[in-house]
Each structure stands twice: as C-alpha cells, then as structure tokens.
Design a binder for this molecule. Structure first.
Ligand code: DUC
Ligand code: ZN
Ligand code: ZN
Length: 477
C-alpha cells in the first residue's frame, strides 16, 4: 500500500529559512515527510528543476464588498479565489466591512454566507470597523477576537469610514485589551478633502488628479499619527499599503525606537507610477487606487523596504472594479470628478508572478525573502503559522510549484478574476507558478483550474504573536 497520497519528487523546496532538494510526502492534506527517495504514493508529481514553494498568502484583498451607490465590486468569492489559485496563492484574507449601525457579528455572517461553498483557496476574514460603538467595542469585538477573528482594519480617510483620533484611540485600546492586531489605512482625510476641492475648483477633474489630491505628505503625516496613537496606547500596529519612502521612514523610525510597528507594501507600488493614471480620457481610472502609485524613486524605496524588513508583508490590495462598466470605473459620476471613481485595482492573481519576476528573476530579492514576505510572514503576523506559510512536517500541504525560467506575457486571460482588465497587461514575466495545491489537492495545473469551488475553507486564527506578547504580558502584570 502507498505510504503517501502524493509525493512531490525532486524539486528545490524553499522556505523563509532554507532551500533543499528533497521529496515532499503528503497525506490527508498535510505534509508528513521531507526526505530523499520517499517511496510510493498514489500520485507522484515530478518537480525536477522546479521550485517548490509554500502557497502564497495574500493578506489584503477585497471581495464582494459594498463600494458605494451604483458601484459593484467585480469579484465574488468564486472568481477572486480562482484568480488567487491561478497566481500561486493558496490563502486569501479578505475584509468583512461593518456598515454604519450594523453589528459586526451579523456582518461576518453575511460574508461567510457569500463565501461558503464558493472558494477555491482558503480564506480568513479581517474585519473593517466603521462604527466603533460602545456595543462593538465593549462586547462584540472581544467575543469575535476570542472566536478567531484576530485582526481589524481602520481608516483615517474616506467619507463614512474615517475614524477621528479619539475613535482610533478607543479602537486601539480594545486591541490592546483583546490582543488583536490593528491594521491602519493611513491618509489624512481633511487634507485630501481640501486638496480635492481645490483641484475641482480649478477644473482639474480627470483621473490623474486622484494622485495629485493625495500626495506623499498626506500619507506620511497620517502614518506618523497612527504610529504615535499606537504608542500612546502601547499597542502593535500594521500600516498597510505603504507607497513611498517618507511613509516607510516613519515605520523605520518607530522600529528603531523599539515600537512594534509593522508595514505592508503592494504590487502597484513596485511597478506602477502616477504617470499610469494619466491615460487618454478616462483610461487612467484603471489605475486609481489609494494611496496612489508614486514615482520610480518611491518604487526603489519599496524594494529597499522589502529587503531590509521595513515591510513585513507584501500583498495585492486586490480591490477589483470592471473598467468598461457604469457600475465600475466608468460610473457616470466619475466623469464629473476623480473623487467619484471607485478606488482600487485588481491584483490577487498577478501579485506573485510580478514579485517573482521583478524581484527574484531580476535579482532584487532572494527566494527566501520572496517566501518570507508572501507566505511565512503573513502567516506569522496574522496567527496562521505554522499551519500555513511554510513547507514543514505537520503544515497544510499548500504548495505552489514554480518554473523559474518560464517566460509569460501577462494578460487578463491568464489572471481570470472578475474584472475586465489587469493594470499589469502586457508585462513580460520570468517565472510562473505551474501547479497550485491547497491542502493536498491540486487546484491549478499548467494554467488551468482543475479544482472545484468549495474546496477552500474559512480559517479561524490565533492571535498575532506581535499582539499576543503584549496581551499576555499585560494579563500577568
Ligand atoms: N484601501 C484599501 O485598502 N483598498 C482599496 C481602497 C483603499 O483605499
Ligand atoms: Zn486601505
Ligand atoms: Zn485594501
């Protein structure tokens, strides 16, 4: 009788710490052996000459989120997780957005209902807090953190979402008490409104002015303020989607001071610039996201941050809207001002191939760093490690096999999310995930989805080790 369900034979296995040529033995959806010539299995996958990497964890994606009147997000959980799988990602972490006046528990139930039975890869929800009522802070959040929803995002900008400093302090205090990890969207709301109104008064309403309306100072100031508020409360904080050197320097400054401040950057800040928003007519709307892509010096800074640990995590911030659609980027009001163009770009499928090609293949980062920022660190940061994010005995067999020399021209057809474009169309990629496995089952092979939706499950999470340390320390004192 075969000892294993599957053996991945002869590949180079990479984790955040090691690279070894060996076989990977898989049984009941988990890795049960790493070794030479592992013997028999019902299924043998030859990985000679290939790289065997932990499946990616995309810790920042938006799926089926309400996005304003008349606007519809392009992905449901089937299409979003299909694209993730095609791009070598085996777990995504989408947001459940609390709408004003609504219970967070009910919100989560609604998102579970949308996701259940639909997913190709595993899923674990963060929460977005828009209404920090007494009920939410005093009762719902502590119970939800206990139940494994151990992270939440807050916004310093956007009508209906922005929290003021007092509210941020209240939310951070609950994170401190409960051991949750706070993620912050750091841009100054009032400054953006001021800039937007000035631009509109001057008739500067095209999509490219979206970037003009939220310059680096807007992000840098809010990043520093978020860090300072977290310092007051003595709570760890994750600054998400950092786009430039000045914001990154606030994170570095905080780390040097001994604060637990973590950072995330995203695909768009490595390969897009503000100039991409300057398309013909409304075409620039395809690249409207916040913070906006900056310039080549900012790209360089973000690469540096990935190399030197200023950024712990690399995500897509997948936030998909169809372009040629009145419920998407071409919503009629968007023609009257950039302020109405839906914010966000698709990227869950393109994230890993772009980082691999621009990073590993071009020598900007090594393979271990690639695995760290795309899989191991997200798993550790958000309480999924060591079940996820590594290839080790006992871990889930979430694996992507990469052909490091495969040349591909990136097109939306390969990515297959629910949008009608990719902002990365036509890029030449070197290195591609040729097989994706989720808990031992092959879901993508040679660019084709072969799994059935419903294999992906929801993961409840432990507390982040960053948050938990403080939480446990406080509990004992
Ligand atoms: N923030 C996000 O995190 N995603 C999309 C839009 C935004 O502003
Ligand atoms: Zn955000
Ligand atoms: Zn986002």
């Amino acid at each position: 009788m075969a000892s294993y369900d599957t053996i991945i034979r002869g590949g180079t296995v990479i984790t955040a710490a090691d690279r070894i040529i060996c076989d990977v033995g898989i049984r009941d959806g988990r890795v049960v052996a790493l070794g030479e010539s592992l013997g028999e299995a019902r299924q043998v996958i030859d990985a000679t000459g290939k790289l065997v990497l932990p499946g990616g964890i995309d810790a920042h994606v938006h799926i089926a989120q309400p996005s304003g009147e008349g606007i519809v997000m392009a992905d449901d959980f089937e299409s979003g997780t299909r694209s993730a799988a095609l791009g070598g990602t085996t777990t995504i972490m989408p947001f459940a957005l609390q709408e004003k006046g609504c219970s967070m528990r009910e919100t989560l139930k609604a998102y579970h209902a949308k996701a259940d039975g639909e997913c190709h890869v595993d899923v674990s929800f963060h929460m977005i807090i828009s209404d920090p009522s007494e009920q939410l802070l005093g009762q719902e959040l502590p119970a939800l953190v206990e139940d494994g929803y151990t992270s939440f995002k807050i916004f310093m900008t956007y009508e209906g979402l922005a929290l003021n400093d007092r509210q941020i302090l209240d939310v951070m205090s609950v994170a401190r008490e409960t051991g949750a990890l706070v993620m912050v969207h750091a841009e100054n709301y009032d400054a953006i409104r001021f800039m937007t109104e000035q631009l509109e008064r001057g008739g500067r309403i095209a999509p490219k002015y979206h970037a003009t309306s939220r310059p680096i100072a807007v992000e840098r100031e809010a990043t520093h303020r978020a860090i300072s508020l977290a310092e007051l409360v003595d709570v760890p904080v994750m600054i998400v989607h950092v786009s430039n050197r000045e914001a990154m320097e606030q994170i570095r400054w905080a780390k040097d001071k001994g604060l637990t401040v973590l950072g995330e950057t995203c695909t768009q800040y490595l390969v897009l610039t503000e100039k991409d928003l300057d398309g013909l007519g409304m075409e620039g709307a395809k690249y409207v996201c916040s913070p906006p892509p900056r310039d080549t010096a900012s790209q360089e800074a973000c690469w540096e941050g990935l190399r030197n640990g200023a950024f712990t995590i690399f995500s897509s911030d997948h936030c998909p809207f169809r372009y040629d659609d009145p419920q998407g980027k071409l919503v009629p009001k968007g023609k009257t001002s950039f302020r109405w163009v839906p914010n966000g770009i698709p990227g869950v499928g393109a994230r890993l191939p772009i980082l691999f090609s621009e990073g590993v293949s071009k020598g900007r980062i090594d393979l271990e760093t690639f695995v760290a920022v795309t899989a191991a660190n997200p798993a550790k940061t958000y309480g999924l490690y060591p079940r996820k994010g590594t290839i080790a005995v006992g871990a889930d067999a979430d694996i992507a096999i990469w052909d490091p020399g495969k040349r591909v021209t990136l097109t939306h057809d390969l990515i297959q999310d629910g949008a009608d474009y990719t902002p990365y169309e036509g890029r030449e990629i070197i290195g591609w995930p040729v097989l994706t496995m989720v808990r031992g089952r092959v879901v993508v092979e040679d660019g084709a989805l072969i799994g059935r939706k419903g294999h992906g499950i929801h993961l409840s999470r432990a507390r982040s080790p960053y948050a938990k340390r403080g939480f446990e320390g406080r509990a004992q004192s």
